[in-house]
Write a protein that binds this ligand. Structure first.
Ligand code: SF4
Ligand code: SF4
Length: 124
């Protein structure tokens, strides 16, 4: 299949999806590691909980970072900060299962957040 074939696909009932050139991969292939935020593929609108990290308890072992299937954790070595990227988090809690430090990473209901996805009139 040519690269051009991949870039624009008409799906029944969904119109045409135009894939940005720098994100085109062969169908059936694994998507490369994220290189930036991709608004076209936001996948957090079905999330009912979100992982919340306790800065005091967290040991920065990075197990959550490694376990997340969608690279929702960004680690900056310069200042050892960890950022959660909510636009892509599905609330699957795989990261929480991977965390071995009691209470360092917990699931908090979206309803507890003023801007939680379950409160949005139009999620994206
Ligand atoms: S797995 Fe737990 S302790 Fe390790 S970096 Fe993530 S939140 Fe912190
Ligand atoms: S809940 Fe799932 S998608 Fe969200 S950060 Fe954790 S592992 Fe990633």
């Amino acid at each position: 299949m040519s690269k051009e074939d991949n870039m624009s696909k008409a799906l029944p009932g969904y119109g045409t999806i135009v894939v940005p050139e720098d994100r085109v991969v062969p169908f059936g292939a694994v998507t490369p590691a994220p290189v930036g935020t991709q608004k076209l593929f936001q996948t957090s609108n079905w999330r009912v909980v979100r992982p919340v990290r306790d800065e005091e308890k967290c040991t920065k072992c990075l197990q959550c970072y490694l376990a997340c299937p969608d690279a929702c954790w960004v680690y900056k070595a310069e200042d050892e900060s960890m950022e959660w990227v909510g636009d892509f988090c599905k609330g699957c809690q795989v990261c929480i299962q991977a965390c071995s430090v009691d209470g360092a990473l917990v699931a908090v209901p979206e309803l507890d957040f003023e801007g939680g996805v379950v409160r949005l009139d139009k999620p994206f």
